[in-house]
Write a protein that binds this ligand. Structure first.
Ligand SMILES: *Cc1c(COP(=O)(O)O)cnc(C)c1O
Length: 378
């Protein structure tokens, strides 16, 4: 068996202390002991999300909470703006479409961030827009969006801002309350250093007022039910007990590092990865690179999927190819959660070998590793 190195943008690696917590004896959830744990994680999530508002936890992958944002806050024919700059913006469109919302779609060139001015223009032209759906880190292109700028447009208006931060949270800075974000959605398998299976969702007071008017069907993902239980540090249904216990440990790791320090560290890792790609004569795909992952354009004539396959088959290193139209054009290296600088150095040293094996030799051996060391260690 080969040792496995997960450098994919979800799932991402889980530290051993968290894995040990996950292996705990299963406890019953309607007990004082478990309620104490829920109380602690509910407080801890507020810290990670930079909010004073409730952050709900569901047993689902991240998309479950995305769907909950649509079904609990809107009704059929409500007009919403969806910002699409890749695969995950498209997911918002698909969900909103499934529930009959009236969608104004803003397409952003792949690898670019929407500007506040462009968003403002659409909001000015469509005074009946009730919500804006967007993404913190568009994982399919490794691009961070200007959420602060968009927040400044919706903050003091009766428009909800809903942000998919499933891959971005913990890496790309996100000041939920300060930037006026009503709903932030995330998941367990990226920055939280946990296996897949939990989704999270912060809910502002403005969002609560929209909840009252929503007539779309919901049951398992009812925010009204979830919030009622949340007030008592309880859950409406059986929670994912082991994952919640693991979450307690992972939140402690995040608190020990400090969320601002994490943002700074991942930004540095992102810059290091970009520089390493350039040192190999390669191009960074995004014009606004996310701190969560780096997308690199595959050298001319080499299919990105072949690079990804060789990395995994020969060295046990999992990175990701592109998605959709970018599938064969880019490969993506994650730096999120438990992934650290040393992992990046290991990953790029093997990438050099794989690139040579694929026939790309336009660099000196060790060039990317040397550049990484310069950027990381100074
Ligand atoms: C991974 C990811 C998702 C998908 O979440 P699931 O947990 O697979 O449901 C959604 N949005 C973004 C930006 C992601 O990176």
């Amino acid at each position: 068996m080969k040792r496995r190195y997960l450098m994919t943008p979800g799932p991402s690696p889980v530290p051993s202390v968290v894995r040990e917590a996950l292996a705990c004896e299963i406890m019953h959830h309607r007990t004082d002991e478990f309620i104490e744990i829920l109380k602690e994680i509910n407080e801890g999530l507020k810290y990670v999300f930079c909010t004073k508002n409730p952050v709900l936890t569901f047993a689902s992958s991240g998309t479950g909470a995305m769907e909950a944002a649509v079904t609990n806050l809107f009704s059929v024919k409500d007009k919403v703006l969806v910002i699409v700059g890749g695969k995950f913006g498209e997911r918002w469109v698909e969900i909103a479409k499934s529930y009959g919302l009236d969608i104004v779609q803003m397409n952003v060139e792949l690898g670019n961030s929407p500007t506040a001015a462009e968003v403002k223009k659409i909001l000015d032209e469509n005074k009946d827009i009730k919500g804006v759906f967007t993404t913190l880190s568009e994982t399919s292109t490794a691009t961070v969006f200007d959420i602060k700028g968009i927040g400044s447009l919706t903050k003091d208006k009766n428009i909800l801002l809903i942000v998919d931060a499933i891959s971005g949270l913990g890496q790309d800075a996100l000041l939920t309350d300060e930037w006026g974000i009503d709903v932030v959605v995330s998941g367990s398998q990226k920055g939280f250093m946990l296996p897949p299976g939990l989704s999270f969702m912060s809910v502002s007071e403005k969002a609560k007022s929209f909840m009252k008017n929503s007539t779309l069907p919901k049951y398992y993902f009812s925010l009204a039910k979830a919030l009622k239980s949340y007030e008592k540090n309880d859950t409406p249904f059986t929670p994912a007990v082991s994952l919640i216990v693991g979450l307690k440990t992972s939140i402690n790791l995040i608190k020990n590092d400090g969320i601002e320090n994490m943002w700074a560290n991942f930004k540095k890792m992102s810059q290091a990865a970009q520089q390493a790609a350039l040192a190999l004569g390669l191009k960074v795909f995004s014009k606004c690179p996310s701190s969560s992952l780096t997308a690199i354009v595959s050298p001319a004539g080499i299919n990105a999927k072949d690079i990804v396959k060789k990395m995994r088959k020969e060295y046990g290193v999992s990175i990701a190819a592109g998605q959709g139209e970018l599938e064969q054009k880019i490969f993506r290296i994650a730096h999120m959660g438990w992934i650290n600088e040393q992992d990046l150095i290991m990953c790029f040293s093997l990438l050099e070998k794989v690139l040579r094996d694929c026939g790309y030799t336009n660099f000196k051996i060790g060039a990317s590793v040397a550049r990484l060391q310069e950027v990381i260690y100074g």
